[in-house]
Design a protein around this ligand. Structure first.
Ligand SMILES: Cc1cc2nc3c(=O)[nH]c(=O)nc-3n(C[C@H](O)[C@H](O)[C@H](O)COP(=O)(O)OP(=O)(O)OC[C@H]3O[C@@H](n4cnc5c(N)ncnc54)[C@H](O)[C@@H]3O)c2cc1C
Ligand SMILES: *[C@@H]1O[C@H](CO)[C@@H](O)[C@H](O)[C@H]1NC(C)=O
Ligand SMILES: *[C@@H]1O[C@H](CO)[C@@H](O)[C@H](O)[C@H]1NC(C)=O
Ligand SMILES: *[C@@H]1O[C@H](CO)[C@@H](O)[C@H](O)[C@H]1NC(C)=O
Ligand SMILES: *[C@@H]1O[C@H](CO)[C@@H](O)[C@H](O)[C@H]1NC(C)=O
Ligand SMILES: *[C@@H]1O[C@H](CO)[C@@H](O)[C@H](O)[C@H]1NC(C)=O
Length: 510
């Protein structure tokens, strides 16, 4: 008879990676409800993973039609890219993330839902004196003529005329088959084809942080700079109290009161396909392990393969999500960035359309309420995500180069706040676009009890992403809840059994 140790050694040799963790990980991913106290098992209609702009929107819509939901958010707060900095001196809020919305009923209804309102964003009030800087050399660029507004408007009209041929793109990635060349050609080529050079800087400013836009498929401009967004550029809406996080604070209070929100919580494992017809998702929460049992899962986090390692992803999902690329995008509040009350715009006159090569500062803006502070946007090329330390070091080096090149005293710029929004603007290249990537992506909807939404599925435009969620995701999700009535009947009887097990489990615990 072999000794115990030799059996262990043999197993270890077969499972060199798995063995060490086999026992603990099996235990830690226990998906059996009877292993948990009843308060740590939540039964719900829909479990929403990710409580950013889209997850919060979807959760409240579902709640409002009487569905039971649980939202799982890894951070300590809802809102995702919506971030509001409270200036410690004036105590006034400054939106440093999501801020502008379309002037559309869907936006007004969403704010009204929380007794909040939006107001027209006053572009002229927000505009500061602007200085063009080449941050690569640090030089201030003088004598650049202001944009020719007539030429800009005409170029935008030519852009819109092409976009108008594809009205279905306003609703999402509903591409004609075969995909027309205008949609997958690099945007730089599109600019030449339709003579829209005069609008490139403007477009870059609106769809900021998309990196090397000239190399990306034109579709990646269309998805964000949609007809809807173009129609709203002179009529942007923003929080009427200049605090876009307020809505999320109200949603948080409401969801917490209904026991429908798990903050600071991490997904440990999922079991999305099971003969019981339910999704099981094991969560590490500040109150302990919690098992959520739902009819359906709505994923709203960026579908990066690395972030999905805890999910029971299948080959289809991984091969689709594995094709995504993204940029690095970082926002920061800097003290003593340089001269106050001036916006610095990064330009590279030696590059096409003066677009600065990434990684680079996009621009540096005074925050108004406190002249010693600036809001700085920094970004990388597609496929290039750098560490926070690297981004911070690059930002400081750029500011110091600017100061040195213009014979200014070193102001010792320092970070008051820093936020990493990467991976940002998930996209695929021309080849995947022509090969039906978006058709395959959308075909995942509803499969394996899982629905998907968020910016990756539509655009980094809240208004468009809410509309996509409302019109293209929730109807099928809600229908799937209803149509699986028989499954739910089965579930209920199963859960009655589970409840009995919990009670016994709880009693017999310890
Ligand atoms: C600096 C900045 C400014 C912007 N300004 C605007 C603007 O003015 N107007 C506009 O319309 N759009 C703006 N956008 C675009 C914005 O990204 C989208 O409009 C919208 O916020 C996207 O919502 P989302 O829910 O898809 O993503 P997010 O808001 O990022 O939400 C995703 C959520 O999922 C959470 N999460 C991630 N992984 C997990 C996990 N494993 N488990 C649990 N939770 C997880 C995240 O913490 C986050 O809360 C801006 C974006 C940035 C970065
Ligand atoms: C909005 O105001 C109404 C009337 O005062 C109140 O009944 C409701 O609870 C409020 N809703 C929210 C989300 O604050
Ligand atoms: C917008 O701001 C400018 C400059 O501060 C101001 O003159 C103008 O009246 C404002 N417009 C509105 C509609 O508030
Ligand atoms: C602005 O552009 C228009 C249209 O291209 C052109 O006719 C006009 O001459 C330009 N104005 C200046 C000042 O360059
Ligand atoms: C479904 O889940 C139960 C309990 O968690 C498990 O025993 C069973 O093997 C699962 N069935 C399938 C088909 O995965
Ligand atoms: C900067 O602007 C603020 C108001 O926004 C003003 O109070 C301050 O005097 C300005 N500072 C300089 C140096 O122009």
């Amino acid at each position: 008879m072999r000794s115990f140790t030799s059996v262990v050694a043999a197993v270890a040799a077969v499972l060199p990676f798995g063995f060490a963790n086999l026992q603990p990980s099996h235990k830690s991913n226990d998906m059996n409800p009877s292993s948990y106290k009843s308060v740590r098992v939540l039964q719900t209609d829909v479990v929403v993973v990710g409580g950013g702009g889209v997850g919060t929107y979807a959760a409240i819509q579902l709640e409002d039609i009487g569905k039971k939901i649980v939202v799982i958010e890894s951070k300590i707060r809802l809102g995702g890219h919506t971030e509001t900095f409270i200036d410690p001196e004036s105590k006034l809020p400054v939106d440093v993330g999501v801020k502008l919305y379309h002037d559309k009923p869907i936006v007004h209804e969403w704010f009204t839902r929380f007794n909040l309102s939006t107001t027209r964003f006053n572009v002229s009030a927000a505009a500061a004196v602007s200085q063009n800087v080449d941050f690569w050399t640090g030089q201030v660029l003088k004598g650049i003529p202001a944009a020719n507004q007539t030429a800009l408007a005409a170029a935008l009209q030519r852009y819109a005329a092409v976009l108008q041929k594809y009205p279905q793109l306003e609703c999402g990635f509903y591409l004609p088959d075969p995909v027309p060349e205008d949609l997958y050609m690099p945007f730089g080529q599109f600019v030449q084809k339709y003579d829209i050079a005069d609008a490139v800087q403007f477009i870059f400013g609106l769809t900021s942080a998309f990196g090397d836009i000239l190399e990306l498929p034109t579709l990646q401009q269309f998805r964000t700079l949609s007809l809807g967004l173009m129609a709203t550029t002179s009529n942007f809406q923003t929080s009427s109290v200049m605090d876009n996080s307020l809505l999320f604070e109200k949603a948080t209070a409401e969801l917490l009161a209904a026991d429908s929100l798990l903050l600071s919580s991490k997904v440990l494992a999922t079991e999305r396909v099971n003969d019981s017809g339910a999704v099981k998702i094991l969560i590490d929460t500040p109150k302990g392990r919690t098992l959520v049992i739902a009819k359906k899962l709505l994923m709203t986090t960026p579908p990066v393969s690395s972030a999905l390692t805890k999910f029971d992803t299948n080959r289809d999902e991984l091969s689709i999500f594995g094709q995504f690329q993204a940029v690095g995008y970082y926002t920061s509040i800097i003290r003593n960035a340089g001269p106050v009350n001036i916006t610095f715009q990064n330009l590279a006159l030696d590059k096409p359309y003066a677009l600065a090569p990434m990684p680079a500062i996009y621009n540096v803006n005074p925050i108004g309420v406190n002249p010693s502070l600036s809001l700085l946007y920094y970004g990388t090329k597609v496929g290039q995500v750098i560490s926070d330390e690297q981004a911070k070091a690059n930002i400081i080096a750029d500011l110091k180069r600017y100061q040195a090149a213009n014979c200014m005293a070193d102001t010792n710029p320092e970070f008051v706040a820093f936020s990493n929004h990467s991976p940002y603007n998930m996209l695929v290249g021309s080849e995947a676009t022509t090969k039906g990537f978006y058709k395959q992506l959308y075909a995942l909807q509803g499969k394996r009890n899982t629905f998907w939404s968020g910016a990756a599925w539509r655009a980094h435009d809240s208004s468009s992403s809410w509309a996509f969620t409302k019109n293209s995701v929730l109807p099928a999700l809600v229908a799937s809840l209803g149509s699986s009535e028989s499954e739910w009947g089965l579930m209920s009887s199963t859960s009655a059994l589970w409840v009995a097990v919990f009670v016994r489990g709880t009693v017999s615990a310890n």
